[in-house]
Write a protein that binds this ligand. Structure first.
Ligand code: COA
Length: 182
């Protein structure tokens, strides 16, 4: 039986190694990116409105997690995506989607626990009761479980085939009006 537990920035920060373990198992990233990723995650914890859900086994071992925060000007992802949406769809569209948004930064489930509804519960749980107008995120622009999951709860494509500065992989930027449908 897997339960969801909300944790604040302090516990999230002290458990960054466990967070990173799930990230590694789920995403299989290049090893040389891990120190940088850990720093980025730690920095995310100080953003306003930070919230995190751990999906845990009864013994407290986390098998999945999601976290996000209130997006704001000055945050790297926010500024890059705002600029890109404004260039492609106009400033009004960028403001509409990002002006009052929950930014879902990470959602990962350990592969041993995929397909049990944990990812869906994490996305729904993260968005439930949030004060923001929208939720936004980026995910690899491929026919993945994540793409399917986000679409099924109402996320739409804001940008596709988007390459972040300094990167090479293609991402989709997605947005949903809150509350999520269903
Ligand atoms: C995305 C992820 C979090 C989903 O977690 P999960 O616990 O397996 O999700 P769920 O069990 O709630 O299933 C989600 C949906 O994806 C579907 N799905 C599973 N594998 C799929 C695939 N390869 N292609 C399309 N859909 C797929 C499931 O059928 C389910 O849809 P349904 O409820 O309509 O049947 C998990 O696959 C993961 O950690 N992936 C790697 C990391 C990642 O990509 N994270 C997102 C980064 S933005």
């Amino acid at each position: 039986m897997i339960g969801l537990r909300r944790v604040g920035p302090d516990e999230f920060t002290t458990r960054l190694d466990a967070v990173l373990e799930i990230y590694i198992a789920a995403m299989n990233p290049p090893v040389d990116q891990l120190p940088g990723r850990k720093t980025i995650m730690g920095n995310h914890a100080v953003h306003p409105g930070f919230t995190c859900l751990f999906a845990e086994r009864p013994d407290g071992t986390p098998v999945g997690l999601a976290y996000g925060f209130h997006g704001a000007a000055g945050q790297w992802w926010h500024d890059v995506v705002h600029r890109a949406i404004a260039e492609r769809n106009g400033e009004g569209s960028a403001r509409g989607w990002l002006g009052d948004a929950l930014e879902l930064a990470e959602i990962h489930v350990h592969p041993d626990y995929h397909g049990k509804g944990i990812g869906r519960a994490l996305v729904v749980g993260m968005c439930a009761g949030r004060p923001e107008r929208t939720a936004v995120l980026s995910t690899r622009d491929q026919p993945t479980a994540a793409r399917h999951l986000y679409r099924s709860v109402g996320f739409v494509d804001l940008l596709t085939q988007f390459v972040f500065p300094g990167g090479y992989e293609r991402y989709a930027i997605l947005g949903a009006v809150l509350p999520l449908r269903g």
